[in-house]
Design a protein around this ligand. Structure first.
Ligand SMILES: [Zn+2]
Length: 251
């Protein structure tokens, strides 16, 4: 727990300090906060960059994959020199180049039932930046159990969606699925095209929601699913309700 900002931090975060809703107290709150990014790809890249730039004191990066040339079209955290490296190592390098005042922890593996409780329990807010339903369901289950907000994002072709799930106050992610879809009908992200900027927009919205949650300001996307069609550049909002028979969050 730190109780003050250094002189360089006061300069770095000047624009935050000028906002009455953030100010020095809010910036200290960010400095003493921690977020875990599950997935350091298309969504995780912009989210991590903005959270690091904004001064979140501790960022955990979890991803078992290595950087490939085909990632660079949208995963803006990684550069050519990082091809072949673990994404979490490349991510730490890029984030520290941007902001050396924050702490980064690398987890170069996948989230599983075995490691989720310890990992999710160690952070204030969890960002779902994965590309598969199975991992999302694991994140959701442990976020509900451990009372952690889950900031969700997903992208597909030209479309994206974002929401906040906080089961203490509203629906959880699994409430969206009265029945889980058959794995065979879920589109394989590796086989689908994706406009470069769609994960950038959604990942940035996720970072904004995370900062608001950490600061305790504004109204979050809890109970609302924001849906983006970037071809027509329309945003739509769907109201989410709790499923009283949800196997995860129903009491
Ligand atoms: Zn639920």
């Amino acid at each position: 727990m730190t109780n003050d900002l250094s002189e360089s931090e006061k300069i770095r975060y000047q624009k935050h300090l000028l906002l009455p809703e953030v100010g020095e107290a809010g910036q200290l709150r960010l400095k003493n906060s921690s977020v875990l990014l599950v997935g350091v790809g298309g969504l995780g890249s912009p989210a991590a960059l903005y959270l690091a730039a904004a001064g979140v004191g501790h960022i955990g990066l979890l991803d078992g994959d290595k950087v490939e040339l085909s990632n660079l079209q949208r995963q803006v955290l990684h550069a050519v020199a990082a091809i072949g490296q673990q994404k979490v190592a490349s991510g730490e390098h890029a984030l520290h180049a941007l902001n050396p005042e924050i702490r980064i922890t690398q987890y170069p593996f996948r989230l599983s039932d075995e490691n989720a409780a310890e990992l999710i329990g160690s952070y204030d807010v969890i960002l779902d930046c994965t590309d598969n339903l199975a991992t999302r369901l694991v994140i959701n289950r442990f976020c509900v159990q451990l009372h952690r907000p889950m900031v969700h994002g997903a992208v597909y072709r030209f479309e994206g969606q974002a929401a906040v799930f906080d089961a203490d106050r509203g629906p959880c992610y699994q409430c969206l699925f009265p029945q889980l879809p058959d794995e065979k009908v879920i589109p394989d992200p590796a086989k689908n095209g994706l406009l470069a900027t769609t994960p950038g927009i959604i990942g940035t919205i996720m970072a904004a929601e995370t900062l608001k949650l950490l600061l305790g300001i504004g109204s979050s996307l809890a109970g609302r699913l924001l849906v983006l069609d970037s071809l027509s550049m329309h945003f739509q909002e769907l109201r989410l309700v709790r499923n009283k028979k949800c196997p995860v969050c129903a009491k």
